[in-house]
Design a binder for this molecule. Structure first.
Ligand code: B12
Length: 509
């Protein structure tokens, strides 16, 4: 079969605070798995091929990347299986148009999709587009088996982990077991992706520190936070790669593509102290001059001073903690198993070791109270005291596949089939939310809390450590960014002033 893998473009509001696209790790893994079985593949990466291209979609929403007509033109004429990756729900409004355009040009091809969004809402994706199959969850084994069955004209019903429609009826096969030998998974086939475009356009999520690629040291997460779709997507199994085999991949990417910075895309990267120390020692022993950026995960307490030092010395300069809230009641309600005291202690160690610490917070969960938010404000001042550098407040947004999302659907507050519910997700990437699901607070009240969170954190940060303010001003002037705040201030306030003019002059598609 001639297989073409497509990464559709992304959607954002014009001047939103949203992030730029990054190399699609999931699709690169799928490419790796197919190639390991001897398949020839072609990749159309609309984000990278269309880097810098921005076209008007509807209302205030823009398409970042190649438009559908150009995507279709880049798919080889002889493609008979075309696969799409859909991770973020916000991109679906344009993603489904891409699938329709592909079907028009390739009426006989088999169209398959996978990814977080497709897994969370398979029936919806099949209802709204001419896709033939959805691959659910971890995709490597499923896509290989599905292609094999299709090539042999075998019985589709024997394939675990897929969904499709038979005579208009939605069929979902039983879940596939997660891969346990994660060190045996073929590495992402980056050789098929236009990495030069990602590098040239500095397309990275974290702080820009040179050529960057995403990596994954572990798979899955044992926790079941109610705002996250992970439990449905990956289940609760948690698998770690062999640290040596993992560092082999880093070394290969460093030598082959001159990658000097790695973004860890793990759900919970840090779980076992011995594993982390072994990975750090391996990087140091090989004399690799690299940086890497980590999400600490829920078990932040595993980062004691010894671990923090080992991480820093092996190149981890930027680290992200995700306490989400500083109120024990909220953490309990959303099943985020964070111990506030231990997380503060861990932040203290990370700061002492020299790392730049970023915090992710969520406010406006359905049951948040004013008291909870004031408790969180106090927590932020304490994080600041212990040395955190950056903080990003996000208003709670329900994502398909999560427990809270399902609850809101049951309560009649949400309907995925209404495009507005997806537009609300796009708008939630803005600094100010367009929809609030909290039962006690208005949109204005939450906007005030966003302001208070920011004021409490950064105000106390610059009072406790005034030199940081001067450093930030200096970094903005010389355009050398060390923290996310500096990167965001530069991108959104300084550079975007110019971009907004460019956006307005673009044509509608
Ligand atoms: C890394 C990550 C990020 C990174 C980078 C994402 C990126 N640009 O690629 C950063 C930190 C930037 C990020 C940011 C955000 N993220 Co995020 N992120 C993740 C995370 C943890 C891992 C994604 C990943 O790459 N995994 C690694 C690869 C290997 O897995 P994968 O892509 O799922 O691919 C596998 C399968 O899905 C499948 N597959 C994938 N594609 C295909 C295609 C085919 C054909 C087949 C057969 C199979 C297949 O096979 C792959 C291999 O097994 C996920 C959580 C998760 N459970 O995955 C959330 C997640 C994707 N993020 C999420 C959210 C909400 C956000 C933010 C909005 C958070 C915020 N409030 O700021 C922002 C917004 C980003 C934006 N668009 O502007 C949500 C998305 C929910 C949704 N339905 O839209 C997720 C699912 C977490 C959650 N809440 O449940 N994120």
């Amino acid at each position: 079969m001639n297989i073409c893998l497509v990464k559709p473009p992304i959607l954002h509001k014009g001047a939103s605070f949203a992030l730029m696209p990054t190399p699609p790790l999931g699709l690169a893994y799928i490419a790796g798995a197919l190639k390991a079985q001897g398949h020839h593949i072609h990749v159309v990466d609309a984000s990278a091929e269309g880097a810098g291209e921005i076209n008007h979609f509807r209302a205030e929403i823009y398409v970042f990347g190649l438009p559908k007509e150009q995507i279709v033109d880049l798919i080889p004429e002889d493609a008979d299986c075309i696969c799409f990756s859909f991770m973020f729900t916000n991109n679906w409004l344009y993603g489904r148009e891409v699938v329709h355009a592909v079907r028009e040009r390739f009426p006989d091809a088999i169209l398959i999709a996978g990814g977080e969004h497709a897994t969370a809402a398979p029936k919806f994706c099949l209802d709204q587009s001419p896709l033939d199959f959805i691959v659910l969850g971890e995709g490597e084994e499923t896509i290989v088996e599905l292609i094999d069955v299709l090539e042999r004209n075998g019985d589709i019903d024997t394939v675990a982990g897929i969904a499709y429609q038979r005579n208009g009826e939605f069929v979902q096969r039983k879940n596939r077991k997660r891969i346990t030998k994660v060190s045996d998974i073929p590495w992402p086939a980056w050789e098929n992706f236009p990495l030069d475009k990602y590098f040239a356009n500095r397309m990275t999520h974290g702080v820009y520190r040179g050529n960057t690629l995403p990596v994954m040291a572990t798979r899955g997460c044992p926790y079941t936070c109610t705002f996250c779709s992970n439990p449905l997507m990956w289940g609760k199994a948690y698998e770690m790669r062999d640290p040596k085999e993992f560092v082999d991949e880093l070394e290969f990417l460093h030598k082959t593509y001159s990658v000097v910075n790695f973004d860890f895309y793990d759900l919970t990267a840090m779980m076992v102290k011995e594993w982390i120390i072994e990975m750090c020692n391996e990087i140091v022993a090989r004399g690799m001059k690299i940086n890497y950026q980590l999400p600490s995960g829920t078990r932040a307490e595993v980062i004691d001073f010894e671990v923090a030092q080992a991480l820093y010395q092996s190149g981890c300069i930027n680290i992200t903690y995700a306490p989400e809230s500083g109120a024990p009641g909220v953490l309990h309600a959303v099943k985020k198993q964070v111990n506030i005291k231990e997380m503060l202690q861990s932040i203290k160690y990370a700061n002492k070791a020299g790392m730049i610490i970023h915090l992710n917070m969520i406010l406006g969960f359905p049951n948040d109270t004013h008291k909870d938010l004031w408790q969180t404000i106090w927590f932020l001042v304490r994080c600041s005291w212990y040395g955190a550098h950056d903080m990003a407040p996000a208003v709670f947004t329900p994502y398909p596949g999560s427990t809270l999302y399902n609850r809101l659907v049951k309560q009649g507050k949400l309907d995925l089939y209404d495009d507005n519910s997806i537009i609300e997700i796009i708008e939630s990437y803005d600094l100010w939310p367009s929809r609030v699901y909290n039962e006690q607070m208005s949109e204005t009240a939450l906007k005030i809390y966003i302001f208070l969170f920011t004021l409490a954190f950064y105000g106390s940060n610059y009072i406790f450590r005034p030199n940081r303010l001067f450093k930030t001003i200096r970094n903005l002037i010389i355009s050398k960014h060390e923290s996310r705040l500096e990167q965001i201030l530069y991108k959104n306030f300084i550079r975007n002033f110019l971009d907004i003019f460019t956006l307005r002059s673009k044509t509608s598609i």
